[in-house]
Design a protein around this ligand. Structure first.
Ligand code: S3P
Length: 194
């Protein structure tokens, strides 16, 4: 007889959920949604609550390229940025088991959408008034710089169905604090004990 410890019995999905774990090999939560909705703030709070790491594909792209995202858009154009973003999402989904936030336009790329299938994707939504309040006057976001309300409507008309289709759950952020949004995400994904 050997002294080797018995292998642990396999955990059921319910055990796994109760223990705050999910099968290894993918992020616990993937946040999508428009710019300014609070993906980074809420993502960092969620990571803290779940005792895990936070990763952001915009930051991964900036680190890999050594340039700001606005410079990549200006120098190489949006199609090249979407390619870099797809590669960043592919790497993050394969490597990261914590909370992952994607850039607001990531879901525009069909290849990126394919990488999200089967993952616990959460769409953080907000209405136009909230968007104008949060990002309308922010010149660092040139997509909304001229006529924020109209540009927001156009942007969301093109994207809303893609966010909804890619997501397992939708969490509205209007009038909620980041802590309340984080709690709503945990509730929606049934991480009740986190
Ligand atoms: C973009 C959103 C940005 C960033 C890039 C393009 C978009 O990310 O990826 O400027 O097309 O909506 P945030 O949503 O984190 O601001």
């Amino acid at each position: 007889m050997s002294d080797a410890p018995e292998p642990a019995p396999p955990r059921s999905a319910a055990d796994s959920r109760r223990a705050g774990g999910r099968a290894p090999g993918g992020p616990k939560v993937v946040l999508i949604g428009p710019m300014g909705v609070g993906k980074s703030t809420v993502g960092a709070l969620l990571a803290e609550r779940l005792g895990t790491g936070y990763r952001d594909t915009d930051a991964d792209i900036v680190a890999a390229e050594g340039r700001e995202i606005s410079d990549i858009f200006i120098e190489d154009g949006e199609p090249r940025f979407r390619e870099l973003e797809r590669a960043a999402v592919r790497a993050a989904v394969a490597e990261h088991t914590g909370v992952l936030a994607l850039g607001g336009g990531a879901i525009l790329d069909p290849g990126t959408r394919g990488l999200l299938s089967g993952l616990p994707v959460v769409y953080l939504s907000m209405d136009v008034e909230e968007a104008v309040r949060r990002v309308g006057l922010n010149t660092a976001r040139p997509l909304l710089a001229v006529n924020p309300r109209r540009q927001w409507r156009e942007l969301m008309e093109a994207r809303r169905h893609l966010y909804t289709e890619a997501a397992r759950v939708v969490v509205a952020t209007d009038g909620r604090t980041p802590e309340e949004v984080a709690q709503a995400v945990l509730d929606a994904l049934e991480w009740k004990d986190a």
